[in-house]
Ligand binder design. Structure first.
Ligand code: SF4
Length: 320
């Protein structure tokens, strides 16, 4: 598979502002030294608890948030050193689908206008007739009707709104879509329909997805590879089947233990206690050590580095 995206040593740190002068000197390390790749047409799942930095990573990858350091290469082009004009031209290659499409759909514009706006900005339809035809095509492609172009977002169900969000993303013919918890707000039956739609579109259009979710069952279903994130860092990565079937990092084991639908019979449960620590003051040593039932003295003082446990798998744990 051809490599589409290469992220290396990416950091997104935010200064913490409070007090009289709005500065405290403290820093939130939302994304801390993250590296991964996505091939053309591939789905990579990104899992972890709420607040672990998944969404920030997804937004940084497509330059909605400026990274602090690192590199992001899209088809070999370094997105962090591109001029504004060149970055704008590249933007149509990567799009985002959000958890709550309603909050990103302007309630005062019709669905046709919402989708048509992207076509206009990127000059993808030369005249009104071709724009209307393309809007109709896109609506049909996501399982809606051409006539829906005349309606407003509030006239649709949650699943239909997500389809509108997908049609808007598809309008610019992207190569990569960051899907940020795209089904978490939907009923279970509707979740399956939207996931199936994403898979059909991938097969038809050769799209790559970075699929962000806290639900491991959904991620396992759709992903070829999985990245497990904890407190701003990737702690385990590998093929979906291997990561779910034979997790090596205690945090991955705990996530699987907490997901009854994918927990394999006979495997010992590893219960995750406590809360995700603050990324402002991450624990010394292994950031997972305060919650890890397998922690030893070395874990409190020494940060584990990533170890390759096979050609395609990597784990950051002293004892993996
Ligand atoms: Fe647990 Fe230690 Fe491994 Fe961290 S390095 S996950 S604390 S065993």
């Amino acid at each position: 598979m051809n490599e589409l995206l290469r992220v290396q040593n990416l950091r997104v740190h935010f200064p913490v502002r409070h007090g009289l002068f709005g500065r405290s000197g403290a820093v939130v390390k939302a994304v801390d030294d993250v590296s991964f790749t996505i091939a053309a047409g591939e789905t990579v799942g990104l899992v972890g608890e709420s607040g672990c930095g998944k969404s920030t990573l997804g937004r940084a990858v497509i330059r909605l948030i400026p990274p602090t350091s690192g590199t992001i290469q899209f088809e070999g082009l370094d997105l962090l050193t591109l001029s504004k004009d060149k970055l704008r031209a590249q933007r149509r290659n990567f799009q985002m689908i959000f958890q709550d499409p309603f909050s990103t759909l302007n309630p005062r514009t019709t669905v046709g206008q919402i989708i048509g706006e992207a076509l206009e900005i990127h000059e993808l339809a030369p005249d009104r007739a071709s724009r209307l035809d393309r809007i109709g095509q896109l609506l049909e492609q996501v399982g809606l009707e051409r006539a829906h172009a005349q309606r407003y977002p509030h006239e649709f169900s949650g699943g239909q709104r997500q389809r509108i969000g997908i049609a808007r993303a598809l309008a610019v013919q992207p190569r990569l879509i960051v899907c940020d918890e795209p089904v978490s707000a939907l009923d279970v039956s509707v979740q399956a329909q939207v996931v199936n739609l994403l898979q059909d579109l991938q097969a038809e259009l050769g799209l790559a997805y970075l699929f962000i979710a806290h639900d491991l069952a959904v991620v396992e279903h759709i992903s070829r590879r999985i990245l497990v994130m904890y407190l701003g860092k990737i702690v385990e990565s590998g093929p979906a089947e291997a990561v779910i079937g034979d997790p090596r990092h205690p945090y991955t084991k705990a996530l699987i233990s907490a997901a009854p639908s994918i927990r394999k019979n006979g495997k010992a449960r590893l219960v995750l206690g406590g809360e995700l620590p603050s990324p402002i003051e991450p624990p010394a040593g292994c950031p997972f050590h305060p919650r890890c039932p397998l922690a030893q003295e070395v874990c409190r003082v020494e940060r584990p580095v990533h170890k390759d446990i096979s050609d395609s798998r990597s784990v950051a744990c002293h004892f993996a």
